[in-house]
Design a protein around this ligand. Structure first.
Ligand code: ADP
Ligand code: MG
Length: 237
């Protein structure tokens, strides 16, 4: 379980997180939805320790999260909007680097694992390619496979399909849907309302650094509790 309590983060005069508390249990798929600038990325990044907070605590499986604790770090995979693959490494090397360096896996074992994961995301034929030889959708699928290679308990996605051309969105959502159906716990910042509606266990709606609504997907999309969520949904549909 991931638990964040009373997170506060400011950038100058902007309160990116204004006393945010969340809990994500094993097996849940929680979607973070909200207008641009509402604090979704900051919340996700704070949970992973990529953003220092001024106040608040994070707990992973009941233990206080220390971002230097590799074991805790490895429990959370993070997928960025812009993939963040290592450009000078092949797909195979992108996938095996951390398992070898951090998990101290043998090269042979790491390569077997990488191949299995590439089959899972449908990219076994790209194993020797470099990132710049891949489409955006393929890069993102490699990035997901790379995260999975560390055997995380939670996968955190920050708008994984926002940087993709429309025809590539589906292939990435398909990989995420497979993961969801296999029971992976996920926190997903997304504007893909179809995904959120179909797969999320819960929706958190953020505005101005606060969670202003927490609803089931059915409630959120059919009968949102807050006017703010209603207005947001009207704007985007
Ligand atoms: P979202 O992901 O919902 O679009 P963010 O979490 O990225 O929102 O940002 C929340 C607020 O914090 C915004 O007003 C944004 O401009 C500000 N912000 C985020 N990161 C930084 C940063 N590194 N420096 C300055 N302001 C930032
Ligand atoms: Mg963002």
């Amino acid at each position: 379980m991931i638990k964040a309590t009373n997170l506060v983060k400011t950038f100058g005069k902007v309160k990116a997180l204004d006393d945010v508390s969340v809990e994500i249990k094993k097996g849940e798929i929680v979607c973070l939805i909200g207008p641009s600038g509402s604090g979704k990325s900051t919340l996700l990044r704070a949970i992973k320790g990529l953003e220092e907070v001024e106040q608040g605590e994070i707990y992973i499986d009941g233990e206080k999260f220390d971002k230097k604790n590799i074991k805790q770090q490895n429990k959370m995979g993070f997928v960025f909007q812009h993939f963040n693959l290592f450009p000078h490494l092949t797909v195979l090397e992108n996938l095996t680097l951390s398992p070898i360096e951090v998990l101290k896996m043998s090269k042979a074992d790491a390569e077997v694992l990488a191949k299995d994961l590439l089959i899972k995301v449908g990219l076994e034929d790209k194993i020797q390619a470099y990132p710049n030889q891949l489409s955006g959708g393929q890069k993102q699928r490699v990035a997901i496979a790379r995260s999975l290679a560390m055997n995380p308990e939670f996968m955190l996605f920050d708008e994984p399909t926002s940087a993709l051309d429309p025809e590539m969105v589906c292939e990435v959502l398909k990989v995420m849907q497979d993961l969801a159906e296999q029971g992976m716990s996920m926190i997903v910042v997304t504007h893909e309302m179809g995904f959120a509606k179909k797969l999320s266990s819960r929706i958190l709606f953020l505005e101005e650094g606060k969670i202003v609504e927490e609803s089931s997907p059915t409630t959120f999309f059919e009968n949102p509790k807050t006017d703010r969520a209603k207005e947001f949904l009207e704007k985007i549909t």
